[in-house]
Design a protein around this ligand. Structure first.
Ligand code: ADP
Ligand code: MG
Length: 372
């Protein structure tokens, strides 16, 4: 659950800035309130500042300015080992000379737990990640996926309040990644810890998170639940980074409460949702997801239309990708399910593509940051 108005956030980043060289800010003004138990993902291209934010929270990097609070307390007043944070990284970082049991026991040993408690917890967490049969092996005797499950169990075994995961599945192949995504979600649902997860993989972010903060150049472009990011991207960077978008350039001609009319550069007039371009005369880009474009005029007068010439199609199995070009040379992609609605088109054939106003937005041509 996201933070509700009136709730005291469990974890808070307020105006957090970071520079390593006293010149460039790699995190520019990070603000985020996290509820207890929430699964938050930091998503963005390499070098956008995601890991730096985790490191500041864990206490491995200083905060240049701003505040990080856990349960209302400044983290700077809490030593890193007292922050009760578990961590999982891409490199599992298991101790190679210790068995799996000894690896799992380690965080409890340094917390001075009793022998009996350690034994019970190790058994419990081996079972939780389904590795009961592997307790006496060494990390080198496990597969990559099994090692990552041990790393996960070791990060959770001391019941941390917050678990940080930095590209934890980056080294695994696609199938194993998907299994582990499911595994992490299951443990999160079962144990209720708060997660700050870092990835550059948008599908992973969309499937796992309660909310996603999209980073670019140290600035959060938008922070929202997955469906909001996908259906209502705040700007063109988010529209492009999450999924795929068709982009038609034009100028705002009229402004209503929820919609704007846009005169496209090819001459047509369309009605789309108002987003971050809202004034008559402003240049804008209309963004439409490829699966929201349809071939027929079955949308009737409620729909927008544009003429386009068929270029080529690609068979992807479950769906077909069609490529079109408008009169002014703009490329359009349509994704259609591979069913009876998928048309056979002749080379160069000109047709109308249609979409509903609520499936498109008028966005800024430039990336503009949005408050988190
Ligand atoms: P991400 O995790 O999104 O890939 P990082 O937080 O690792 O991004 O890096 C953000 C920026 O800070 C990058 O330009 C990176 O080169 C720089 N950076 C990261 N760690 C250090 C460091 N320890 N010293 C100097 N610069 C760093
Ligand atoms: Mg990183």
């Amino acid at each position: 659950m996201a933070v509700q108005p009136g709730d005291k956030p469990f974890l808070q980043f307020t105006n957090v800035k970071k520079t390593y060289d006293h010149k460039t800010l790699v995190v520019k003004d990070f603000n985020l309130d996290v509820a207890k138990g929430e699964f938050i993902t930091l998503l963005g291209p390499s070098g956008s500042g995601k890991t730096t934010c985790l490191m500041m929270l864990a206490g491995f990097e200083d905060v240049t300015s701003g505040e990080i609070l856990i349960n209302g307390r400044q983290v700077t007043s809490i030593a890193p080992y007292q922050r009760n944070i578990g961590m999982v990284f891409q490199q599992y970082a298991l101790f190679p000379h210790m068995t799996i049991r000894e690896n799992l026991a380690y965080p409890l040993k340094i917390r001075k737990k009793s022998k009996e408690e350690i034994r019970a917890k190790v058994n419990e967490y081996l079972a939780l990640v389904e590795l009961q049969a592997f307790g006496n092996r060494y990390p080198a005797q496990l597969s990559g996926g099994q090692r990552q499950r041990v790393a996960l169990a070791r990060a959770l075994i001391f019941a941390p309040d917050i678990v940080l995961m930095d590209e934890p599945l980056g080294a695994l192949d696609k199938k194993l990644r998907e299994q582990m995504q499911f595994e992490i979600k299951r443990l999160h649902d079962q144990l209720g810890f708060t997660v700050i997860y870092v990835t550059h993989d948008q599908t992973e972010a969309l499937t796992m998170s309660d909310r996603i903060a999209v980073f670019n150049h140290g600035i959060v472009q938008q922070c929202a639940p997955p469906h909001v990011l996908y259906e209502r991207p705040a700007n063109l960077f988010v529209a492009d980074f999450i999924g795929e978008s068709n982009k038609l350039k034009g100028t705002i001609e009229a402004v209503g409460d929820e919609r704007v009319d846009v005169r496209l550069d090819d001459g047509g007039l369309v009605s789309v949702l108002k987003a971050n371009r809202t004034e008559v005369g402003q240049a804008t880009t209309v963004s439409i997801r490829p699966e929201k474009l349809t071939f027929t005029d079955r949308l009737g007068s409620a729909g927008n239309q544009i003429r386009a010439r068929f270029v080529t199609s690609h068979y992807v199995g479950e769906y077909i990708r069609y490529h079109f070009e408008t009169a002014d040379g703009t490329e359009l992609v349509v994704k259609n399910m591979n069913d009876s609605s998928a048309p056979q088109l002749d080379p160069q054939e000109e047709i109308s593509l249609a979409w509903l106003p609520q499936d498109s937005q008028a966005l800024d041509r430039h990336d503009s940051p949005q408050p988190a």
